[in-house]
Design a protein around this ligand. Structure first.
Ligand code: SF4
Length: 96
């Protein structure tokens, strides 16, 4: 019988995602956080404002925005910030 080779699995990462269990958006339709193709103007502003209202009362907002900034999330509202706001925040961090 050949020697049993143990697999090297990556370490558990559940702790780094545990914060999502408390997310205010957990039971909300995720479509509110991501713009559909060609969404512009008032419709976009209203959707973003609705998403931000959810983020505003979210108990894990800080973790969420840190995650989105550090991982470079490119799309959607995360931690109450839009794509454009995260880009601006990352630029400010680089300048400092
Ligand atoms: S901050 Fe907003 S996007 Fe992030 S987990 Fe909370 S509700 Fe969801």
């Amino acid at each position: 019988m050949p020697a049993l080779k143990l697999l090297k699995l990556p370490p558990p990462v559940a702790e780094s995602w545990d914060w999502q269990m408390d997310a205010a958006c957990r039971d909300v339709d995720g479509a509110i956080f991501f713009h559909p193709d060609n969404e512009r103007g008032e419709l976009r502003e209203e959707r973003v404002a609705a998403a931000k209202r959810i983020c505003q009362v979210c108990p894990v907002r800080a973790q969420c925005s840190s995650y989105a900034l550090e991982s470079g999330e490119r799309y959607g509202v995360w931690g109450g910030m839009t794509e454009e706001e995260r880009k601006a925040a990352r630029r400010r961090r680089v300048v400092r």
